[in-house]
Ligand binder design. Structure first.
Ligand code: GLY
Length: 484
C-alpha cells in the first residue's frame, strides 16, 4: 500500500461506521490552546469537543492530522524511526461509542483493512497508577480477550507508556496500544512490546479519553466518555511497504533520492554521515515547508525558532554532503510536490514558502561558513591540547559575534567528542541580557525622539490597500523622498 491507500483505507473504514471525515487542522494550535507550541496529535484540534465546550459537527469524527513534535529534533537521522513531523490518522467519539467499539474496529481494520495476521498483533493496556488513583484497565483486557486475543499477548504497562495526554494538561486517559510483531529477524523471542525493541512496532494507540488533567496534576472527569485514537501513517507505511525505516517509505524517500542525486553520495549503512545528513534534510525540509505553509515564519522565538532551527540544521547537513549552495529550495520544491495532494495549503502557499526558504538559506549560509571556520579552529586547538572542553567564552563569541547558533555548536562539538560549559555560556548570556537592558533605557528614549521627528517630517501617508493589491510608492526618511 502506498501512503495514499493507507489514508484512504483508514478514513473510508470509519466513514462506513458513520464518522465524518475532517480535514487536517493547521500545525499552529487554536489561539486559546496553550497546551503546546505546535499541534502534536490528531485529537488536539478537537479539545473543545472533548471538554464539552463546543458541539462537534457529528459525535463521530475521523481525520488525518499533520503533527509536529519537538523533543526528538536531535534524534532525527540517528535512528530508523525518529521524525519531527508526521501524519496521524485517528477516529474520535465525543460521548458516543467507547472502549467496546473502538477496540473491535481497531481489531477488524488491522486484520481486514491492513491485512495483519492476528497471531502477530500484540496489545498493551494501562496497568494502573497510584498517583492518578486509577487501577488496571480490566475492562479493556476483557474486551480484547472477548475478541480472541490470548492473555499472553496482552501486556500491562505503566503510566509512562499507557496513559495519554497532549501536553502538561488537557483531555487525557488510559490507553491501549496495538503492536505488530515483525518476527525473529528483528529481535529475540524474549522481546516484548514496550521494551526498547525493533521487533515490536507500535502502530495504533487507542485512548479512552475520560479525564481532564489540570496543570496541578489533578484529574477530573470530563462531561462524557470519549475516544481518541492515533495511528502513525509513517509507521504503517514502514510495515505495509516492507522497508527498514520511515525514510524509505514513499513519504520521505523521494527527498533522500534527491540528496543522493545532488551529492553523488551513497544512502546506506556504509556512509553513516551521508545517511544521517540525508535523513535530517528529508525530515526537516518536509517539516519546514509545512510550518511555513501554515504561516509560521523563521524567528528567534517560540514556533519561529523551531522552524529556524530545523531549516538551519537542514542547511548545515547539505554542507556535510558537499552540496553546492543554494540547495534547500530544491528539497523544498520536491517536498511541496509530494505533499500537494494531502496538504493543499502548502501547495497554495508555494511561492511564500520558497521565498522564506531562500532568505534563510542565504543569510544562514554566510553565518555558517564564517562560524564553521572558527569552530574548526577551536576543535583543532582542543585536540592539540588534549582537552575535551571548549571554553564558554569561545562558544559565546561564536554566538554573539558570528551569529552561530549555540545548539549547533553543541551538536557539532559532540560529534567530535567535545563539550562546552553550558552553565558558563548561560552566565555570559545573562550578562549580555543585563547589558542590553541597562543600555536600552537611554537608547529607547533617543529612538523615540527620532521616530517622532521622522513622522513629523514625512508627507502624509495614504492607505491604498482597499483599492489596490499592488502600488508603486516611495520609502521616506526625513528630508528625503526617493523615487518610486
Ligand atoms: N492521541 C493519541 C496519540 O497521539 O497517540
Amino acid at each position: 500500500m502506498n501512503s495514499e491507500q493507507i489514508r484512504e483505507t483508514y478514513l473510508s473504514f470509519f466513514e462506513r461506521h458513520e464518522h465524518l471525515r475532517e480535514p487536517s487542522a493547521s500545525l499552529i494550535p487554536a489561539p486559546n490552546d496553550t497546551s503546546t507550541l505546535l499541534t502534536v496529535a490528531g485529537m488536539q484540534p478537537f479539545q473543545p469537543y472533548f471538554r464539552g465546550e463546543e458541539t462537534p459537527p457529528r459525535s463521530r469524527l475521523c481525520s488525518c492530522q499533520r503533527c509536529f513534535r519537538t523533543p526528538d529534533i536531535e534524534e532525527v537521522g540517528n535512528t530508523a524511526r525518529h521524525l519531527t513531523n508526521f501524519e496521524m490518522l485517528g477516529n474520535f467519539s465525543f460521548g458516543d461509542y467507547f472502549k467496546e467499539e473502538a477496540i473491535a474496529w481497531a481489531w477488524e481494520l488491522s486484520r481486514e483493512g491492513f491485512g495483519f495476521d492476528p497471531e502477530r498483533i500484540w496489545i498493551t493496556v494501562f496497568e494502573g497508577d497510584d498517583e492518578l488513583g486509577l487501577g488496571p484497565d480490566e475492562e479493556a483486557i476483557e474486551i480484547w480477550r472477548g475478541l480472541g486475543v490470548p492473555a499472553e499477548r496482552i501486556i500491562g504497562l505503566p503510566r509512562k507508556e499507557n496513559f495519554w495526554q497532549a501536553g502538561n494538561s488537557g483531555p487525557c486517559g488510559p490507553c491501549s496500544e496495538l503492536y505488530i510483531d515483525r518476527g525473529p529477524d528483528w529481535g529475540p523471542d524474549t522481546d516484548r512490546p514496550g521494551d526498547d525493541s525493533d521487533r515490536f512496532l507500535e502502530y495504533w494507540n487507542l485512548v479512552f479519553t475520560a479525564y481532564e488533567l489540570g496543570t496541578d496534576g489533578s484529574l477530573t472527569d470530563l462531561p462524557a466518555k470519549n475516544i481518541d485514537t492515533g495511528l502513525g501513517l509513517e509507521r504503517m507505511a514502514v510495515i505495509q511497504q516492507g522497508v527498514e525505516s520511515v525514510f524509505d517509505t514513499d513519504l520521505l524517500r523521494p527527498l533522500v533520492d534527491l540528496a543522493t542525486e545532488l551529492s553523488g553520495r551513497n544512502y546506506g549503512a556504509d556512509d553513516h554521515a551521508a545517511t544521517r545528513a540525508m535523513r535530517i534534510i528529508a525530515d526537516h525540509t518536509r517539516g519546514a515547508v509545512q510550518l511555513l505553509g501554515d504561516g509560521v515564519v523563521p524567528s528567534n522565538e517560540r514556533r519561529g525558532y523551531v522552524l529556524r532551527r530545523i531549516m538551519r540544521r537542514a542547511i548545515h547537513q547539505g554542507r556535510v554532503l558537499g552540496l553546492e549552495p543554494p540547495y534547500l529550495g530544491r528539497f523544498a520544491e520536491r517536498a511541496i510536490e509530494m505533499l500537494a495532494g494531502f496538504n493543499p495549503v502548502v501547495a497554495a502557499e508555494r511561492e511564500t514558502v520558497l521565498r522564506w526558504i531562500g532568505i534563510e538559506e542565504e543569510s544562514f549560509g554566510r553565518t555558517l561558513d564564517r562560524g564553521s571556520q572558527m569552530l574548526e579552529r577551536l576543535i583543532a586547538e582542543a585536540k592539540d591540547s588534549e582537552t575535551s572542553w571548549i571554553d564558554a567564552e569561545a562558544a559565546f563569541e561564536l554566538h554573539d559575534t558570528y551569529g552561530f547558533p549555540y545548539d549547533l555548536t553543541r551538536e557539532l562539538l559532540a560529534e567530535e567528542g567535545l563539550s562546552v560549559d553550558d552553565a558558563g555560556f548561560e552566565e555570559l548570556m545573562d550578562q549580555q541580557r543585563e547589558r542590553a537592558r541597562s543600555g536600552a533605557g537611554g537608547e529607547a528614549e533617543g529612538d523615540h525622539e527620532r521616530v517622532l521627528e521622522f513622522v513629523g517630517s514625512t508627507p502624509e501617508t495614504r492607505f491604498v490597500g482597499y483599492e489596490d493589491l499592488r502600488s508603486g510608492t516611495s520609502v521616506g526618511r526625513p528630508g528625503f523622498i526617493g523615487a518610486p
